[in-house]
Design a protein around this ligand. Structure first.
Ligand code: ADP
Ligand code: MG
Length: 329
């Protein structure tokens, strides 16, 4: 397994990765989630041996210091697949195999098997230039998996794709990694991508890990407001507003509470009261902004058949699964 102990990387006099420690057991997928510029790519490059780092980077208890990139047994995949445009799809996927002197039928079989795995059976003769963005990334993935790397390093592999495709490919990526038993370290700024692909999550901010755990653990209990917002919570309430909202809803008081957009639901039996500020219909539900008594303006949702317009008084309930109390130390 991969283990990092107090890994730091300094680029041109600035420490961009600071004191990162983490473990990645065999067969798991870990996502390092952080905003742009937080040091994700640099951390990945250090693991690959492309960047000098202080601290310990080890595999199965042995230090990788001094082990060059091509002897680490890792594969890398980037945002823009970096396919060889002068080779066919099959030529691209088979490239790392040919470097290892796989030839003839064995090569053809393995390439076909890999293309099947990524959902591109029959594409071997195509040119990369004729593929969509999503197909190109699948080819890049097949090529990265060709030599069965003991660790796959993925740098924002889906970020260049548009939203719908990204979501579908994220699900496929998870299935492919699981089916092939690949251990993978994914870095991304996109929480949806991290949630869809990984088992565990590590949140990176300004080069430091601020939180680590299973997806559920991190999602249910973000360490602070910035992390909650970065994970996709819509709002964080603090102080009296947080306490008031939590206690009115019958929950223990906390100094901060993070809310999803759909945490407040219009419900005649709800314990909270508010005045509707605005209402907008979407295909699934009504989206409201309400002025919650004693708290202030907040997002809320209602079933599509609820009639509520600006100025109306409504009752609301709080969906406990759509909020997270934050215990500020
Ligand atoms: P991320 O992948 O999270 O967007 P990076 O690891 O690419 O972040 O970069 C982290 C920080 O290091 C950024 O502030 C970036 O400007 C800086 N940086 C990246 N590459 C270099 C370099 N070669 N020299 C100096 N600073 C760099
Ligand atoms: Mg990056």
């Amino acid at each position: 397994m991969l283990s990092l102990r107090q890994v730091s990387v300094t680029l041109e006099g600035t420490e961009v990765v600071s004191d990162v420690s983490l473990d990645l057991p065999d067969g798991q997928v870990l996502a390092v989630l952080g905003p742009s510029g937080s040091g994700k790519s640099t951390l990945l490059r250090a693991v690959a041996g492309l960047e000098d780092a202080s601290g310990e980077i080890g595999w199965d208890g042995r230090s990788l210091a001094g082990v060059p990139t091509h002897r680490r047994g890792f594969a890398l995949m980037f945002q823009d697949g970096q396919l060889f445009d002068h080779l066919t799809v099959g030529g691209n996927v088979g490239y790392p195999l040919r470097l290892r002197r796989v030839r003839g039928n064995a090569l053809r079989h393995r390439v076909a098997e890999l293309l099947e795995l990524v959902g591109l059976g029959g594409y071997a003769g195509r040119r990369p230039a004729t593929l969509s963005g999503g197909e190109r990334q699948r080819v890049a993935l097949a090529r990265a998996l060709a030599v069965e790397p003991r660790l796959l390093l993925l740098d924002e592999p889906l970020s260049a794709l548009d939203a719908g495709l990204r979501e579908r490919l994220a699900g496929d990526l998870r299935r492919i990694l699981t089916e092939s038993g690949t251990t993978a370290l994914l870095v991304t700024h996109d929480h949806d991508e991290a949630f869809a692909v990984a088992d565990r999550l590590a949140v990176l901010r300004a080069g430091r890990l601020v939180q680590e755990g299973t997806i559920g653990e991190v999602w249910r209990a973000p360490v602070d407001a910035d992390t909650a917002l970065f994970l996709g919570y819509a709002r964080v309430l603090t102080g009296a507003a947080a306490v008031r909202l939590l206690t009115t809803a019958g929950l223990p008081a906390a100094p901060e509470v993070a809310l999803r957009r759909s945490a407040l639901v219009v419900d005649p039996a709800g314990a909270l009261e508010a005045t509707v500020v605005s209402a907008r219909m979407t295909p699934d539900q009504m989206r409201l902004v309400v002025d919650l008594d004693g708290v202030g303006p907040l997002d809320a949702v209602a079933a599509p058949d609820v009639h509520a317009g600006p100025g109306d008084r409504v009752r609301l309930r709080l969906e406990v699964s759509r909020l997270a109390a934050i215990d500020v130390p």
